[in-house]
Design a protein around this ligand. Structure first.
Ligand SMILES: Cc1ncc(COP(=O)(O)O)c(C=O)c1O
Length: 476
């Protein structure tokens, strides 16, 4: 198998990029001694470059002794060239082509397929509506809004949010309890600054988005992992010898395993928080996309004085907006406002005003309905592909909500296998990457499907199967 990444905007000539990449693969041992390279004609067609460019690269490789051409038989890798410790990664990944020298390369889809989770369908961002509201806002808002505003964010946005969240998420709050942040990530950082004193304990569900415990650790917190099952955090395991200060959960759609926290556990969680004087951080990042029934209600609505709710527009609209929000108990509002002020004064005002209009005029809810349909279709298609390719070898977990699901296999995904998967054109991460206690989740892969087409989903699963099949064959 030969794997070539071309950057057509690079100043480096194309022949040189091909030459460097083939050379690198030979030195790394990825192209084995004696392996046959695709013919110049086939490679030219696959990479969509002229044949003379390929001949130029091959000539250079022949001249330097990396490959040899045998009359009438083809071009082959020379022997004795693999170099231990040779550093890889020469070219930036812009367009990725994979060519299987044994099969007809024309039948192979070319792009790297990225199952990274948490990316919504970027092509479906409501550009027109957003653009037309944006034009109107820029042309007509009062000039004062181009100046400094207050740290809690646009009043218009906080007003529409409180009504919208009451209706859709059972959230009980006054607009004054809302602080607009730069995504959920900034909300975590502000809370870590406010609540974590050196050595305070943060109880976090495990597995969890990797960066979240890191934010608390950076402030000196001691992290206690609380394991997760198919229903989310195992709240019967909540215990603390110290004065716990934070319990972090994603109750509406556990990330990454997908459980939905049942009401009994929610109550257990609230009782624990009350008993230990802790705050529950409820991270509600993508529960608008629930595929059967309605989105589950928030914990915040059950206990507003102990729960800090965090929402984001990264999944329902776009991560590039960097708009999220905190809903705080009244007692914490002033302190968080001050922290926000010291951090970045406030989040950009104009985008907030556009978003407020977008929500108020009903476009957000329409967009969510449209996207839910689209994601539901992608989700069903992905499950079908996984079942077609892997049958009983895969168990699907946490697919009822959101824009990712988890596939559990009967093999462990070592770094070596994951590298092999990447070499075959698929970027994918195991749940293990997000585990605090290591060793329990390396048989599970996270399939983000929001930003992939059906064609990419199908092709990605096929490529994955090829690698997994080869791994299983090695074992027996
Ligand atoms: C669990 C979880 N919460 C929240 C977020 C959203 O972060 P942000 O709003 O900063 O984009 C993510 C990002 O992927 C996430 O995994």
């Amino acid at each position: 198998m030969i794997w070539i990444e071309l950057n057509k905007t690079s100043e480096k000539p194309i022949y040189q990029q091909i030459y460097v990449r083939v050379k690198e693969q030979i030195l790394l041992g990825e192209l084995a001694e004696g392996e046959r390279l695709p013919s110049s004609r086939v490679l030219a067609t696959t990479l969509n470059v002229s044949r003379s460019v390929i001949l130029e690269a091959y000539d250079q490789l022949i001249a330097e002794g990396y490959i040899k051409s045998k009359q009438g038989a083809g071009t082959f890798v020379e022997s004795g060239i693999s170099l231990e410790g040779f550093p890889s990664g020469v070219l930036p990944p812009v367009s990725v082509k994979t060519i299987d020298s044994k099969n007809n390369p024309k039948s192979i889809k070319n792009n790297l397929i990225d199952f990274r989770s948490g990316v919504p369908c970027l092509k479906k961002f409501p550009r027109k509506k957003w653009g037309s509201i944006g034009k109107d806002v820029y042309e007509n808002i009062e000039a004062s809004l181009f100046g400094y505003s207050s740290p809690e964010g646009s009043e218009q946005l906080r007003n529409v949010l409180s009504t919208y969240l009451d209706r859709t998420r059972g959230i009980n709050c006054h607009p004054n309890q809302i602080i607009i942040t730069s995504g959920a990530t900034q909300a975590f950082t502000l809370l870590a600054k406010l609540l974590v004193k050196s050595n305070s304990e943060v109880l976090i569900e495990d597995p969890v988005t990797k960066e979240i415990p890191e934010i608390f650790i950076e402030r000196g917190a001691k992290i206690t992992p609380i394991s997760v099952d198919e229903f989310g955090m195992q709240t019967e395991r909540l215990t603390t010898k110290r004065k716990a200060c934070i319990i972090f959960v994603t109750p509406s759609h556990q990330f990454p395993l997908g459980g939905i926290l049942p009401i009994q556990r929610r109550i257990q969680l609230i009782n624990f928080a009350k008993k230990t004087n802790s705050y529950i951080i409820e991270d509600d990042y993508d529960s608008e996309f629930r595929y059967s029934g309605h989105p589950v209600s928030s914990i915040q609505g059950l206990c507003p004085e102990r729960v800090i709710y965090i929402g984001t527009f990264s999944k329902i609209l776009s991560p590039s907006l960097r708009i999220g929000y905190l809903i705080l108990p009244n007692s914490l509002v002033e302190e968080v406002k001050n922290l926000k002020r010291y951090t970045d004064y406030h989040s950009p005002t104009i985008e907030q005003v556009i978003l407020a209009r977008f929500i108020k005029d009903g476009h957000l809810e329409k967009h969510i309905v449209k996207m839910r349909k689209l994601y539901n279709k992608k989700r069903a298609f992905l499950i079908k592909c996984l079942k077609n390719e892997f049958g009983d070898l895969v168990t699907i977990l946490g697919a009822s909500t959101g824009i990712h699901l988890v596939g559990q296999f009967n093999i462990k995904f070592s770094t070596k296998i994951l590298d092999e998967i990447k070499l075959n054109g698929v970027n994918i991460f195991p749940v293990e990457n997000h585990a605090l206690v290591k060793g329990h989740h390396n048989n599970k892969l996270i399939f983000g499907y929001g930003n992939l087409t059906e064609e990419e989903l199908e092709q990605g699963i096929k490529r994955l199967r090829n690698v997994i099949e080869a791994e299983i064959a090695k074992k027996y």
